[in-house]
Design a binder for this molecule. Structure first.
Ligand SMILES: [Zn+2]
Length: 233
């Protein structure tokens, strides 16, 4: 099996988690759509060292396992970006080499939930890397056409992988409060971790609110301000 370039923010998180160990690689990863609606996404670099897991995966043996009852073994990795490696016969808008970021869920696109934009409530919803469907720690993963978001040509997808889950979580939360934020409003972000630092940026982009961040680690003060926090306490 070839070892194509790697694109994932997991390297960053690995540095934080500092754990050790490897993961199996597979081409048979993820996806629940029909064969012609699938495409493989290339995700590995030959120089990548598989050293650990994102912090979120440490919860897998707890809440996630209880919620999803995944059948073991399978490949983890639910925040994914990379390059298109192969597309099915029904896919015409993507080609090999396109940089992409993946929506974490694989949904049908036809049910009431999908049609109304509530994809996460799709009755055939799958969550590769979490619910027992193979995820992005493999050299390749397979997902549906609906789950692929094409990036501008030449984009390095590595830094955008967290947008496939953490970024969506923050975006959803910020969208909820948009009707209540006006010039002069204050929004408080508690914590500057994997979600918090993205929330600051999304608030900065979408609202006129003053952004106050609560941080417990001194080094995160400058970090938060560099992303648009007006004040850090
Ligand atoms: Zn659906």
């Amino acid at each position: 099996m070839p070892s194509p370039p790697f694109a994932n923010r997991n390297e960053d998180v690995i540095h934080e988690s500092g754990t050790s160990g490897g993961l199996p690689a597979t081409r048979q990863a993820g996806g629940c759509a029909g064969a012609e609606d699938r495409r493989s996404v290339r995700r590995d670099r030959p120089d990548r060292r598989r050293r650990g897991l994102p912090d979120g995966h440490s919860h897998h043996a707890g809440g996630l396992e209880a919620a999803f009852h995944p059948k073991l073994p399978y490949t983890l990795g639910h925040e994914n970006a990379g390059w298109i490696e192969e597309v099915g016969g029904a896919v015409s808008h993507l080609k090999k080499g396109d940089p992409v970021v993946l929506h974490p869920a694989v949904t049908c696109g036809f049910c009431v939930a999908c049609r109304s934009g509530n994809d996460m409530h799709c009755p055939t919803w799958k969550f590769p890397g979490v619910d027992g469907v193979d995820g992005g720690y493999a050299d390749f993963m397979r997902t549906s056409a609906r789950s692929v978001v094409k990036l501008a040509s030449g984009t390095d997808p590595a830094s955008l992988a967290p947008q496939g889950d953490a970024g969506l979580t923050d975006y959803h939360a910020v969208k909820q409060i948009l009707p209540f934020t006006y010039p002069g409003s204050t929004v408080v972000v508690i914590g500057v971790g994997g979600l918090g630092h993205l929330a600051i940026q999304i608030l900065h982009a979408l609202t006129p609110a003053r952004i106050v961040v609560v941080a417990t680690r001194p080094e995160r003060v400058a970090f938060a301000k560099s992303f648009g926090a007006d004040e850090v306490v």
